[in-house]
Design a protein around this ligand. Structure first.
Ligand SMILES: *[C@@H]1O[C@H](CO)[C@@H](O)[C@H](O)[C@H]1NC(C)=O
Ligand SMILES: *[C@@H]1O[C@H](CO)[C@@H](O)[C@H](O)[C@H]1NC(C)=O
Ligand SMILES: *[C@@H]1O[C@H](CO)[C@@H](O)[C@H](O)[C@H]1NC(C)=O
Length: 472
């Protein structure tokens, strides 16, 4: 439950009142064609898909009979706070209003800040549930606890649209209590992209409705996440890459996608076992069995793992040291050491670049490493593999069979990293844009010795962890 969190790192959490356990919510139903025509790539790999969609698109555009509903879609995402978080946009209600939401494969609930939300929602665009003619109030309390904060409110259902897909009667929460620091303008909420079993609302997640039906060409979602961490002139908001539903974009990766099935086809978090880690080319000892389980989590900034494994990683880095005080659980190391860590989930080894290992320059030649020590007990996967890793690969979350795939990024995708000529996307669906307030232009976001740890997001859902993991 809510009152204690088993995670050692979480210093300043607000603790809300404990609500009653939510009752099962009605399931969303009905998929209709979206409003936006999307641009299709014409690479040979994609050509069959392109041809089919192109035909359906033209049929719709010129009033002919649509061959098939929209079958794949792309949401351009924004990189916020030099790789602290990645958000996309969706639209809710009638008339549709756009909101920016953190895209989070570490949880399974959709929620947005409601117009009654005070502290914790200052500066953010909020959802006015009375303005939507298609909204139904479920009058059921909702609360969710993440690694780095909480949100609470009421469940409602309404039409939700994203990347050209629309789900009618999608159950989500309108929150009037949100931990301060969880939402940073212009983000208004969070879209959970893990499985229904860990949904605090018990509702079918938006993506799962689409994946389980006939909406998608292929039962996959995929991410390309950009890196601006080592770009000292990065703004608060930069181009974040892309999130696709129903297909993988072959422009963004090269070679094959290596899929690894989740252990026992688990449908909770997106879990893979970590089977091997190297640091500077040397293998380290890693925990085995369920202690090797990692949640692949786009909503977490860094990589957290078992204390002994993390200590083994830093033991390979000369002159590294354990952090104290604000840096309890973290490690420091000399900035002039270029550290390469590779991680394997049972197949290939994937490298985390030195640029991602070096999370922050603390001054005087000392840097903060991006792997931190995390004690989750039996209440969470032992590892949380976040954006520090995911920036280095094209990642694919496959519905059936349940698995996560990785591939090398293409030169095209790599060319976006640190690129100051790219504009951060703005919300484009709906009659009102939630992205109207431009982010501050802090061209020195990474310079100096300011402590950036407060902006590390850790949005793995913890509310139901013990229940879920005991079933593995
Ligand atoms: C694939 O990604 C490229 C680069 O972002 C983009 O231009 C193209 O439109 C995408 N393809 C599809 C089918 O969305
Ligand atoms: C839903 O109804 C409850 C009362 O049952 C009310 O407290 C809540 O504010 C309503 N929520 C929304 C989003 O309209
Ligand atoms: C950032 O890191 C990447 C990957 O290691 C590297 O290719 C790039 O040159 C770095 N950019 C800067 C500005 O240091």
């Amino acid at each position: 439950m809510l009152t204690t969190l088993p995670l050692t790192l979480l210093a300043s959490l607000l603790v809300f009142d404990v609500f009653a356990t939510p009752t099962p919510a009605p399931q969303p139903n009905g998929i209709s064609m979206g409003l936006r025509r999307r641009v299709q790539s014409r690479s040979t790999d994609d050509f069959g898909v392109w041809a089919k969609n192109h035909r359906a698109g033209l049929a719709a555009k010129y009033g002919g009979r649509a061959v098939k509903p929209r079958s794949s879609g792309t949401n351009l995402i924004t990189n916020q706070g030099s790789d602290s978080s990645y958000f996309g946009s969706l639209a809710i209600g009638t008339p549709a209003v756009s909101f920016d939401v953190i895209l989070d494969t570490g949880s399974a609930d959709l929620w947005v800040a409601g117009s009654d939300c005070g502290e914790g929602c200052s500066d953010v665009t909020t959802f006015d549930s009375s303005a939507s003619s298609s909204l139904t109030n479920q009058s059921t309390a909702f609360e969710i606890t993440y690694g780095s904060g909480e949100a609470a409110g009421t469940l409602v259902s309404d039409t939700v649209q994203m990347a050209g897909f629309s789900v009618a009667n999608q159950v989500f929460a309108v929150c009037d209590e949100v931990s301060s620091g969880l939402l940073t303008n212009p983000v208004s909420g969070l879209l959970g992209l893990a499985w229904q079993a860990i949904a605090s609302s018990q509702a079918t997640p938006f993506w799962e409705t689409l994946a389980s039906g006939t909406a998608w060409d292929s039962p996959v979602m995929a991410f390309q996440l950009t890196r601006y961490l080592n770009q000292s002139r990065a703004s608060q908001e930069e181009a974040g890459g892309s999130f696709t539903m129903g297909f993988v974009n072959s422009t963004l990766y090269t070679g094959d996608i290596e899929y690894i099935d989740t252990p026992s086809s688990t449908k909770t978090y997106w879990i893979l076992p970590i089977t091997a880690i190297t640091v500077q080319g040397n293998s380290i000892t890693v925990s085995s069995g369920s202690d090797s389980y990692a949640a692949i989590d786009t909503g977490t900034t860094l990589i957290g793992g078992p204390p002994t494994d993390i200590a083994n990683i830093y033991a390979q880095i000369p002159d590294s040291s354990v952090g104290t005080g604000d840096y309890d659980g973290y490690y420091m190391y000399p900035c002039d050491t270029s550290v390469t860590v590779t991680v394997s989930f049972g197949g290939r080894s994937w490298a985390v670049s030195p640029a991602d290992f070096q999370e922050q320059d603390l001054g005087q030649g000392t840097c903060l490493g991006s792997f931190f020590s995390l004690t989750t007990g039996d209440s969470a996967p032992s590892w949380i593999v976040g954006d520090t890793f995911l920036k280095n690969v094209y990642s694919v979350f496959r519905y059936d069979p349940p698995s996560v795939g990785f591939a090398d990024l293409s030169d095209y995708a790599l060319s976006m990293n640190g690129n100051l000529d790219l504009a951060a996307p703005s919300a484009t669906i709906g009659s009102v844009s939630a992205a109207a307030t431009a982010g501050s232009t802090d061209r020195n976001a990474n310079s100096g010795t300011s402590i950036r740890t407060s902006s590390f997001l850790f949005t793995i859902a913890t509310t139901l962890m013990s229940v879920v993991l005991s079933n593995l």
